[in-house]
Design a protein around this ligand. Structure first.
Ligand code: 5GP
Ligand code: ZN
Length: 116
């Protein structure tokens, strides 16, 4: 689970292709390859952070920037008012498959609660 061979590090650097929708010096956002909603974007830090458990105090601003990216993306896709869901899955029980921190931004359909 280190950064060598990490697909999201490779997407961030451009080594692997992805449909990018937003980028800054510190974060990148791109379309999920298997969308679970009409809008399904992943926001990632360029820095390799494995899970929510690995977030450090020095990442405070970076995590805030991920949510500001989500906000911009929601505006860009016209779902800021209709609504969207932001999700970090952490570890096995939450269904984390890729061990590089990512914020799911899901929208374009009515979400259910509680989540499955
Ligand atoms: P997780 O289950 O770890 O929270 O979410 C990982 C997400 O990454 C999944 O929704 C999955 O479809 C997406 N994903 C996995 N590999 C790729 C890839 O190579 N490209 C893109 N765009 N999305 C990916
Ligand atoms: Zn990575």
């Amino acid at each position: 689970m280190n950064k060598d061979g990490c697909i999201f590090c490779q997407i961030a650097s451009g080594e692997l292709p992805a449909e990018k929708v937003y980028e800054t010096a510190r974060v990148v956002a791109f379309k999920d390859i298997r969308p679970q909603a009409p809008v399904h974007i992943l926001v990632i830090p360029r820095e390799h952070i494995e899970t929510v458990n690995h977030i450090q105090p020095e990442h405070r601003e970076l995590i805030g920037e991920m949510f500001l990216a989500a906000q911009e993306i929601a505006k860009k896709f016209g779902v800021a008012d209709s609504g969207y869901r932001t999700v970090f899955n952490c570890n096995r029980d939450a269904g984390q498959d890729v061990y590089h921190l990512h914020l799911h931004v899901l929208a374009g359909r009515k979400m259910t609660w509680p989540p499955g």
